[in-house]
Design a protein around this ligand. Structure first.
Ligand SMILES: [Zn+2]
Length: 287
């Protein structure tokens, strides 16, 4: 059962064949091959479906894997004539089935990495795509560079029969959701959760539980969904980090998830893991 966007893993990524160019070439030449065509966060999309036409032979392609029917999928830059739709719109408007959305997300994160890592971070020479798109090699200094994933901790905080939710200035008016922040080098997931919650709202956490994770291709994050139990309820909000935060009881949280709150307050969109963390928090505060 799909619970949130980008969660399905529809492809066998075939990691063991990436370093075998002749096998990858066979897939690329397959009559059933599909290409996800991208330009930044824009996706080639027309007539209600992905534009999956093959690029010319000189265009570098990233091998994404094979789907349940054996169809190979690649990602490549869009052509100048492609009509483009932002990936976020494809998600929010539900324009793609969940499996296709996940394939596009994988392609988008990888294409973005290649676009922004063309030159060797060590010596500045132009590097070359290798391993069907999962490595870049520098011919000058021999350094290898690998695609990055940026881990983000995202957490619901509960205490007795209430849940803490906050909001960012940039969010839609009246939307309250879970706290979140990028992990820092040297941190465990638990350390990052404790640090972010203390920085944003001044709460210390007792128990912390892992709930689920979500790839978030804007451009290449991994949302690590957690629930923490606060030691007390006194908030010290850092307004540089968030606009505000407050405690909500179970009745309010239910209405925010259902979008029936009398003041128009809402939880996040159901695409986002934040919605599911809020729901999980609701179950726990109800006991
Ligand atoms: Zn180099």
């Amino acid at each position: 059962v799909t619970r949130f966007a980008f969660e399905p893993a529809p492809l066998d990524r075939g990691a063991n064949i990436r370093a075998k160019p002749e096998e990858v070439a066979k897939y690329r030449a397959s009559p059933h091959v599909g290409f996800v065509r991208l330009a930044g966060d824009q996706v080639a999309f027309a007539g209600g479906q992905l534009t999956t036409t093959a690029p010319d032979a000189a265009t570098p392609c990233i091998f994404l894997g094979t789907d349940a029917t054996g169809k190979p999928w690649f990602a490549a830059e869009a052509s100048a004539s492609d009509s483009l739709v932002p990936l976020r719109t494809l998600m929010v408007d539900g324009l793609l089935p969940p499996d296709a959305l996940s394939i596009v997300a994988q392609g988008r994160s990888l294409v973005h990495w290649h676009e922004s890592h063309r030159f060797c971070a060590r010596c500045g020479a132009e590097s070359l795509m290798q391993d069907a798109g999962y490595r870049r090699h520098c011919p000058q200094c021999s350094a290898d560079h690998f695609p990055r994933t940026d881990p983000v901790v995202i957490m619901a905080v509960i205490k007795d029969n209430r849940t803490l939710l906050g909001r960012q200035k940039s969010w839609p008016a009246n939307m309250y959701s879970t706290l979140a922040g990028f992990m820092e080098p040297g941190e465990t997931i638990e350390t990052a959760v404790r640090r972010e919650v203390f920085e944003e709202v001044g709460l210390r956490l007792a128990r912390i539980d892992y709930v689920a994770s979500q790839p978030w291709p804007f451009p290449a994050s991994l949302m690590i969904g957690m629930i923490g139990v606060a030691e007390d309820e006194t908030l010290t909000i850092d307004h540089n980090e968030i606009e505000t935060a407050r405690w909500f009881d179970a009745g309010e949280v239910q209405m925010m998830l259902d979008r029936t709150h009398p003041e128009g307050l809402t939880a996040s969109r159901p695409d986002a893991i934040a919605w599911h963390l809020t729901k999980e928090a609701l179950q726990r505060i109800r006991g």
